[in-house]
Design a protein around this ligand. Structure first.
Ligand code: HEC
Length: 256
């Protein structure tokens, strides 16, 4: 009798540590995104809602209008975007495809490497996976972080990417920001000094849409994966109820 009580105690302890490990793994998985961020500046935070198809569609339009001329997204096909974002072939070909690329083609840019290098001093990298390498917070900070800097050939610098070669392509929408610096020469604060076409809140919304779209192309199956994740949690919850009742059953006759 004594030994079987011991055994049950051992089993229960093992069960507890198993549960703790599962919870730990789930939590570390969730925080991986947060840890992916980097750089010296304090990043602005945003969350992506993969089920907000409207935002993703707006992001796709802004991306193809404002970014695709320089940056490619070579792992992304127009027809896949159509399917995932609930757009028709006609909508995609009329609104998103500004070149003679086919519906089944990937999002390439027509700009040559030589031209890009000469004009910007740096190559505009492919953006298919940038949301994974930089993280959404960095992208959000970067795209809202251009400020006027007369010392630069483009006239702008960036809080997340010092001396960036990319021109401030969204300046017409955002307006112009000026920076104030602290005693170490670090940017302390950005202030809008010249208004753009959009209000600050509207511009913020547009940038979030672009970042959401970049996050989607970085991992087109993200939406599915999140649904799967939810089912795993439901499964774990059900398992927990069973396991807990089983534990109660084991302990029922054991004085403790
Ligand atoms: C006129 C050309 C041009 C356009 C248009 C443009 N970019 Fe860029 N972009 C560049 C260049 C050049 C670089 C490389 C800068 C460097 O290395 O200094 C760059 C760098 C970047 C980076 C940093 C990538 C990395 O990980 O280092 C991101 C992110 C980015 N661009 C996003 C965008 C987005 C989003 C848009 C549209 C809103 C856009 N760009 C429009 C030229 C452009």
């Amino acid at each position: 009798m004594k030994s079987s009580i011991k055994r049950i105690q051992q089993l229960t302890q093992q069960f507890h540590s198993l549960l703790l490990s599962i919870i730990f793994i789930a939590l570390t998985g969730l925080s991986a995104n947060v840890l992916a961020a980097g750089g010296g500046v304090e990043l602005k935070h945003m969350t992506v809602n993969m089920s907000d198809k409207g935002a993703l569609q707006r992001g796709a339009k802004l991306f193809t209008d404002y970014c695709l001329s320089c940056h490619s997204a070579k792992y992304v096909r127009f027809n896949r975007v159509a399917e995932d974002l609930d757009l028709t072939e006609k909508q995609v070909m009329e609104n998103l495809n500004h070149s003679d690329a086919k519906f089944g083609s990937t999002m390439t840019t027509t700009m040559t490497k030589e031209y890009a290098k000469k004009s910007f001093g740096a190559l505009p990298p492919d953006l298919s996976l940038v949301a994974r390498s930089r993280g959404v917070d960095w992208l959000y900070t970067y795209l809202t972080g251009f400020y006027s800097d007369p010392a630069k050939t483009t006239g702008f610098n960036n809080i997340a990417f010092k001396d960036v070669g990319m021109p401030n392509v969204l300046w017409e929408l955002q307006g112009t920001q000026e920076a104030t610096f602290n005693e170490h020469g670090m940017v302390e604060h950005l202030k809008l000094t010249k208004e753009g076409k959009l209000s600050e809140a509207e511009f913020d919304r547009e940038v979030r849409s672009i970042v959401s779209f970049l996050s989607y192309i970085g991992e087109p199956r993200q939406a599915e994966r999140k649904v799967l994740g939810a089912w795993v949690l439901v499964f774990l919850a059900v398992l927990f109820i069973f396991a807990y009742n089983l534990k109660k059953e084991y302990w029922k006759d054991v004085p403790h």
